[in-house]
Write a protein of this length. Structure first.
Length: 268
């Protein structure tokens, strides 16, 4: 259990590192600034349409673009974390250049994630319990794969398929116990998500009766803060694991000292 709880310490160390280099928080700020108003616009458009076909079209386009924003910001984060732990100087310009090289892969990730969301919505509409469980399990596996593969795609400039192959290659001789990390970061996100969704519903209930638009804005803003922060922690975690696994592969050792500083500190 202690190994799983280390991720909380990792989260504090990541934000401590960001306190020393505030530019590391730029992807969170960009994610919130872009996605929160877009999410509200999608919600208003969804409520305005009358046919189910139009509703699913709005959902498909809106959710895909929201995932694209989220994954783009995550890719920038992976690049900034790489610069921070290797050179001690995160560079936003270099991060955008690396991310622009893999826009196609990010778009594929976004489209597939959106498809899983739509399948879950369809299963819920039909009240198909088996389908709901199956799509949630597949979605959980897919999102984990997204964050595991993203660092390889961004930092090595690989295309979508090649990034999967590279991640599989590292995982076949993985000394880092990344499976424990995947479960642990999920625990942190569920704990954070429960608190945030509770707060969002409370704010919406307190304000929504007198001002529905303001209530909706508060609700979606708080939810987007959660998605931005949770995605930031996940991509940072798996970027550190990726860099450690790559260093182990290069040196033929499994030393914790090869891990990036925030990860090495909690593993020591």
């Amino acid at each position: 259990m202690e190994r799983y709880l280390r991720v909380f310490n990792f989260a504090f160390r990541v934000f401590g590192m960001a306190g020393q280099s505030p530019v590391l928080l730029a992807p969170i700020a960009a994610n919130i600034a872009l996605a929160a108003p877009f999410m509200l616009g999608c919600a208003l458009a969804f409520n305005a349409v009358e046919s189910s076909a139009a509703a699913y079209t709005v959902l498909a386009v809106g959710i895909t673009l929201l995932y694209f924003i989220d994954y783009f910001c995550n890719a920038v984060t992976a690049s900034l974390i790489y610069d921070q732990v290797t050179a001690g100087k995160p560079d936003v310009g270099a991060a955008f250049q690396r991310t622009q090289r893999v826009l196609g892969g990010i778009a594929i990730f976004a489209a597939i994630s959106a498809a899983f969301d739509l399948l879950q919505a369809y299963a819920s509409e039909r009240n198909d319990i088996v389908a709901k469980i199956a799509t949630r399990v597949l979605y959980a596996l897919w999102t984990t794969a997204t964050y595991v593969v993203m660092p390889a795609m961004v930092l090595e400039g690989l295309r979508f398929g090649a990034a999967f192959a590279r991640s599989k290659e590292l995982a076949s001789n993985d000394p880092t116990n990344v499976g424990i990390g995947a479960v642990a970061i999920g625990v942190v996100n569920y704990a954070l998500g429960g608190a945030v969704f509770y707060l969002a519903h409370k704010l919406h209930g307190a304000v929504g009766d007198s001002s529905p638009v303001l209530g909706a804005m508060l609700f979606y803003s708080v939810i987007n803060v959660y998605w931005a922060v949770s995605g930031y922690l996940k991509i940072t975690y798996f970027t550190c694991f990726y860099l450690w696994a790559r260093a182990c592969e290069r040196t033929g050792t499994t030393s914790i000292g090869l891990a990036p500083a925030p990860l090495a500190a909690v593993l020591s």
